[in-house]
Unconditional design. Structure first.
Length: 229
């Protein structure tokens, strides 16, 4: 085999591996209709995760530095594997996929308060798409340790520095903010990543006062995402 052929085969093999490891996805990307009171924050600081590792698959912001929000790209359902639950992305691409086999669209919102009393009992979400409008109440999950700082392993045990003392999670949990929730709004709609969605949330209170949450716009966004680590 000539050196040229060997180099050509090596290039083609590398190209195939590269193509197999990356795919183009299209998904609804969340962006708030900004107000002057919003401050963008790092989604990882609020433990905000998404089933798509996209650069615009989630966005987080703070309102008046009192309550933080993180919105993620919507899901079309869930599946279980090894006793864990995973979200199925509403996306074009090898992960998630759109097959018309589901008429549910799920928007998940993470909320965290800073030394305030959050009220979520009267929350509702209204979705506008293709001229249609529907309103639902969310499923509410308490996120007890959403504000937990990064721990450090001390003598083989994960501990947290609280006022100069190294405490275990059970000992330190009372010092962490517990005013945190995950809201899941499930609408009777078929997933369509090429469609624009508008989500409006009402009924959230902080210390008894209503919070004006900006409308979130979910627009189709396409990018190349690595599918294999």
């Amino acid at each position: 085999m000539t050196l040229f052929r060997l180099m050509a085969l090596t290039f083609l093999s590398t190209l195939v591996i590269s193509i197999q490891g990356c795919s183009v996805f299209t998904y609804p990307s969340p962006q708030p209709i900004y107000g002057t009171q919003l401050t963008t924050i790092d989604p990882s600081s609020i433990s905000c995760s998404n089933s798509i590792r996209g650069t615009r698959s989630h966005i987080a912001f703070s309102i008046n530095n009192k309550v933080d929000f993180c919105f993620t790209s919507p899901l079309k359902g869930f599946y279980e594997y090894d006793h864990l639950t995973y979200g199925v992305a509403c996306a074009h691409g090898p992960v998630g996929g759109v097959r018309g086999d589901s008429s549910r669209l799920i928007f998940q919102v993470y909320i965290r308060g800073h030394d305030v009393a959050l009220g979520v009992d009267q929350v509702s979400g209204t979705l506008n798409s293709n001229g249609g409008t529907s309103t639902v109440q969310p499923r509410v999950e308490t996120r007890k340790f959403l504000d937990t700082p990064q721990g450090t392993t001390v003598d083989g045990v994960l501990k947290y520095n609280v006022n100069g003392k190294w405490l275990t999670l059970s000992q330190a949990s009372d010092y962490f903010t517990r005013s945190a929730y995950l809201l899941s709004f499930e609408f009777d709609q078929t997933c369509n990543p090429d469609q624009q969605y508008l989500l409006n949330i009402k009924g959230i209170t902080v210390d008894g006062n209503s919070v004006l949450v900006p409308t979130l716009k979910f627009e189709p966004y396409s990018e190349t995402i690595q599918t294999f680590d």
